[in-house]
Design a protein around this ligand. Structure first.
Ligand SMILES: Cc1cc2nc3c(=O)[nH]c(=O)nc-3n(C[C@H](O)[C@H](O)[C@H](O)COP(=O)(O)O)c2cc1C
Length: 167
């Protein structure tokens, strides 16, 4: 079983989930690689300008350019994709990756991080990934602010479910 985790994180929550997912997957799976997506524009906005800038990306439907990365999708049996929710949608950087790589015929796990209002973000993500099998989906409310042991347990259980699913 080869697993790939692809994620985008602006403030560290999705990164935390991805890193814990990797640890949990490695305990069961033979190989687990991780790819962090970074946008070409990596200026850190804070406060209101962060929401204005992120919201503009979402509402203009403009997919940000990503920094170069190398990945061979075909190598993997399970691909886990994750990102924060921005204005009720998966952060545009993850959508850039999906648009570029055209994942098809794969077993997928989907996760998102949000502040309590994920809206239809996961449905929107699934709509971009038709042609694949969604083995599981999960969401976290700002996990960096939660009890780490609780978050890790939730992640470990989910990884076990994904890896044993014979979809
Ligand atoms: C531009 C922007 C838009 C956001 N929109 C939402 C939203 O619609 N619903 C929500 O619950 N949280 C929203 N959030 C909060 C993040 O989804 C949440 O804090 C998440 O855990 C951040 O993940 P990250 O640390 O991996 O970037 C938004 C944050 C930003 C920066």
């Amino acid at each position: 079983m080869k697993t790939l985790i692809v994620y985008y994180s602006y403030e560290g929550n999705s990164a935390l989930v991805a890193e814990e997912l990797k640890k949990a997957a490695e305990a069961i799976s033979s190989v687990c690689n991780i790819l962090e997506l970074k946008t070409a524009d990596d200026i850190k906005r804070t406060g209101l300008s962060k929401y204005f800038w992120g919201g503009k990306q979402v509402f203009s439907h403009k997919k940000p350019q990503l920094k170069p990365y190398t990945v061979t999708i075909e190598e993997y049996d399970l691909i886990i994709l994750g990102a924060p929710v921005w204005a009720g949608t998966p952060a545009p950087a993850l959508q850039s990756f999906i648009g570029e790589t055209k994942i098809n015929g794969k077993k997928l796990g989907l996760f998102c991080c949000h502040a309590g209002g994920k809206g239809k973000a996961q449905d929107k993500l699934k709509a971009l990934l038709t042609g694949n099998t969604i083995a599981g989906e999960i969401d976290f409310v700002n996990p960096a602010k939660q009890d780490r042991a609780v978050v890790v347990k939730k992640i470990e259980e989910w990884v076990r479910l994904l890896q044993t699913s014979d979809l």
